[in-house]
Design a protein around this ligand. Structure first.
Ligand code: ATP
Length: 501
């Protein structure tokens, strides 16, 4: 297997090189990539440049994933505004570079978390953009297969830009079957060390049960995303992937009481176990029945117009959290190893570290279990937590402990803000871009292991997390995580209700 090579890119007029760009801040990190904001030195245009380390990709056997993403982005081209556009690709000895349109307003997930949930108008507007995007994908015979709010970005005008096509499938016309086809080459949402990457909550039942995917799999994901936009919650949740998958295949989910009836009807028609019976799945002209749903009454499909405002106050919140200049004036073009390390490992948010050491002191004063919180104290602390900028990532749960931890993955450790909460949850977020990155799944099988004062591991059934507390509080982290686990899984078996003592 070879990586994309020069010959494949001969259609481009002149190959770009890293020297054609000034690289600014890191705007995101994936399992196999780091994404930088960059400016073309000639045109001054801003791009998101995704950089992949070749050795890492080969070691992790992700060549096929990378090539697929490139191929699909090329097929999509630039004629539909709802997709990230691949402007060019180039490589040097160590890395591959994907020059992509810059989605200035980050992930849809971040905005759902910030706003708790979207209004009816916002939900229907973004559902409409997604319908148009799915129509385009369908016209290009592409099934995304990993649609979720992390893979839907917002451009500078808050229009969606769908990304992450590594798991996509290009259906050959002759192979398109009503029931979808069994794909033995790649398993839907890509797996990392036998676990689903990111959230597993959006996987369709047919992908879980039969490894079958079709355009209807994306319609299932659309149902999940619309549910999440309207309620702030995911339809299928559980303490482990296994429990989530059980719920998905049994179609076991509920709507919150205040869920809008029209949106509910739309979601119910998409979250249908039989793929062919999902709304739009059997349309002769895709997706006319989606467009005709009463949720979209009055929508002008030829011009959706500008998006409704999400809300004014949170845009200032986002700005205040990320006040670092996008691209410093004094940077030189290109990206050498030194710059990579400087950009990735630079020290961040000293005030958060201060706040952390205060919390440590306070906690050691009180010699009691961190999960012992009275109702009164819970309310007070939740109230106080509102001023914590990281509270937007914890879904209203009480933060018991937080701190910056280097999460080791690939070549560079990624510095993350870890947030241990009641629930139980252990969330982590990127403190530079203020984006939600993931969650270590709690279960009776979770196990901590402190190696020394700095290094510790968290073992979960599907993954081992390599973590390093730069301040040397690894033991305290393990202790805190163990206490939370013991509180919710006292017998090591039965999960406790989401309650406090
Ligand atoms: P994984 O491979 O672990 O699933 P991923 O697919 O999200 O991660 P990338 O596509 O490399 O990995 O993206 C990493 C992060 O960078 C994303 O989470 C996103 O927030 C940000 N990002 C990616 N592409 C862009 C873009 N075009 N504009 C702005 N931000 C981007």
């Amino acid at each position: 297997m070879t990586l994309p090579n020069k010959g494949q890119d001969q259609t481009e007029v002149k190959k770009k090189t890293p020297q054609d760009f000034i690289f600014g801040k890191v705007i995101g990190e994936g399992s196999f990539s780091t994404v930088y904001l960059a400016k073309d030195v000639q045109t001054n245009m801003e791009f998101a440049i995704k950089i992949l380390e070749k050795t890492h990709i080969i070691r992790e056997k992700k060549t096929e994933y990378v090539m697929r993403e490139k191929e699909v982005l090329r097929i999509l081209g630039s004629s539909c505004r709802y997709f990230v556009h691949l402007y060019s690709t180039f490589q040097d000895v160590e890395r591959l570079y994907f020059v992509l349109s810059y989605a200035k307003n980050g992930e849809l997930l971040k905005h759902i978390i910030l706003h708790k949930k979207f209004s009816f108008d916002c939900t229907r507007y973004y559902a409409a953009e997604l319908v148009l995007a799915l129509e385009y994908l369908n016209s290009k015979n592409i099934v995304h297969r990993d649609l979720k709010p992390e893979n839907i970005l917002f451009d500078n005008n808050f229009h969606i830009l769908i990304t992450d096509f590594g798991s996509a499938k290009i259906e050959k016309k002759s192979e398109i079957q009503a029931n979808g086809d069994t794909d033995h080459s790649v398993q839907g949402p890509r797996r990392r060390r036998n676990s689903f990457v990111g959230t597993a909550q959006f996987v369709s039942p047919e992908m879980l049960q039969e490894s079958k995917s079709s355009f209807a799999s994306d319609l299932w994901a659309l149902g999940c995303i619309v549910y999440q936009m309207a309620s702030g919650k995911m339809p299928f949740t559980g303490g482990s992937e296994y429990l989530i998958f059980q719920k998905i295949i049994k179609l076991e989910y509920q709507f919150p009481e205040d869920f809008d009836d029209t949106i509910k009807d739309f979601v119910e028609k998409l979250l249908v176990l039989e793929p062919n019976r999902r709304l739009g799945a059997s349309d002769s002209i895709p997706y006319t029945s989606l467009r005709a749903h009463k949720m979209f009454e009055g929508i002008n499909w030829n011009d959706l117009g500008p998006p409704p405002k999400l809300s004014s106050d949170t845009s200032t919140l986002i700005k205040s959290q990320d006040s670092s200049p996008d691209i410093s004036e004094n940077l030189e073009p290109g990206l050498d190893n030194q710059k990579v390390s400087r950009l990735v490992l630079k020290d961040m948010l000293p005030e958060v570290i201060d706040a952390k050491s205060k919390t440590e002191r306070k906690k050691s004063e009180a010699n009691r279990k961190i999960t012992e919180v009275s109702q009164e104290e819970l309310e007070k602390r939740l109230q106080a937590q509102r001023s914590n900028p990281f509270s937007v990532f914890v879904e209203g749960n009480l933060i018991l402990k937080q701190g910056l931890i280097d999460k080791k993955k690939g070549l560079f450790p990624r510095r993350r803000m870890f947030l241990l909460t009641l629930g139980p949850h252990l969330y982590y977020a990127d403190p530079v871009t203020m984006t939600f990155k993931g969650e270590v799944p709690f279960s009776a099988d979770l196990r901590t292991e402190a190696k020394n004062f700095k290094t510790f591991f968290i073992h979960t059934p599907n993954r081992k997390y390599y973590l390093e507390d730069p301040e040397g509080y690894a033991l305290e982290w393990c202790n805190a995580i163990d206490q939370v686990k013991e509180h919710y899984f006292p017998s090591g078996q039965v999960p406790k209700e989401n309650s406090i003592q």
